[in-house]
Design a protein. Structure first.
Length: 253
């Protein structure tokens, strides 16, 4: 049995529960295979990682481009920064993409925000051979919603996917760490729920709500979800990192 830790830097029981449901569905994990730890205050910690085969960091309403950080955001950053040296498979989702870029020397700005709804993801040449994504279509759809984005990737990051509305949709940060800007965890219901939870956070214009919701069921996010299922296979050893013949040399150290 595989054991994956889901870290949730969010506040609010309902949104945390909904996100946990989203990750169970998108990863295909059973409830006893996905452990949740919530970073919702300065009193909460990630804690020991012993016994886990991999870690997923869910999204967050935080932004690294916030003009000022409160104590909670400083705490979240310190906790997440410790994961970079974790030697097992780690996946950051949405906020984690900009957080990792910021932490490791990239540039984050608000040049390519994407409103809540569908987005098109395009694999790069490196994405077509990466252990996580080599069997995905060159182009697939996903759900998204973010107000900031990676402008310039960190020097050590390899861009695995881009898109017409956001230039950095997925990166590999090191041999065992990945990040996606889009929500690989979402289906149509998850997108609606997230929009309802964060209606006043600037992810979409209120006058566009009905049109966005009406179009969600037509979006096929199966390959976006496959990213997380592939990640679970890496955690299980089904996709061995060390045996990936196409791994970038700079990432294997």
């Amino acid at each position: 049995m595989v054991s994956v830790l889901l870290i949730q830097p969010r506040q609010g029981k309902a949104v945390v529960a909904a996100e946990h449901r989203d990750f169970l569905q998108s990863t295909g994990l059973k409830p006893d295979e996905l452990t949740s730890r919530i970073l919702d205050s300065t009193d909460t910690r990630i804690g020991s990682l012993e016994g886990f085969d991999g870690v997923i960091v869910g999204g967050s309403p935080l932004n690294v481009t916030n003009f000022e950080y409160d104590d909670w955001q400083h705490h979240v950053h310190r906790e997440l920064a410790a994961l970079v040296s974790y030697p097992k498979p780690t996946m950051f989702v949405c906020y984690g993409n900009t957080f990792l870029a910021h932490l490791q020397g990239g540039e984050v700005g608000r040049t390519h925000p994407e409103p809540s709804g569908p987005t098109s993801v395009h694999l790069t040449d490196e994405g077509r051979v990466d252990v996580l994504t080599h069997d995905l279509p060159d182009t697939f759809m996903s759900f998204t919603g973010h107000t900031e984005n990676v402008v310039t990737p960190a020097p050590s990051h390899r861009v695995l996917a881009t898109g017409p509305t956001c230039p950095v949709q997925m990166v590999r940060a090191n041999n065992h760490t990945w990040a996606v800007q889009f929500h690989a965890d979402m289906d149509a219901l998850a997108m609606k729920n997230r929009m309802d939870f964060y209606a006043n956070y600037g992810y979409f214009s209120p006058e566009d709500y009905d049109n966005i919701i009406a179009g969600l069921p037509s979006v096929d996010a199966v390959y976006a979800n496959r990213v997380l299922r592939n990640f679970v296979e890496i955690c299980e050893g089904v996709r061995p990192i060390d045996g990936m013949e196409h791994a970038h040399p700079a990432l294997t150290s």
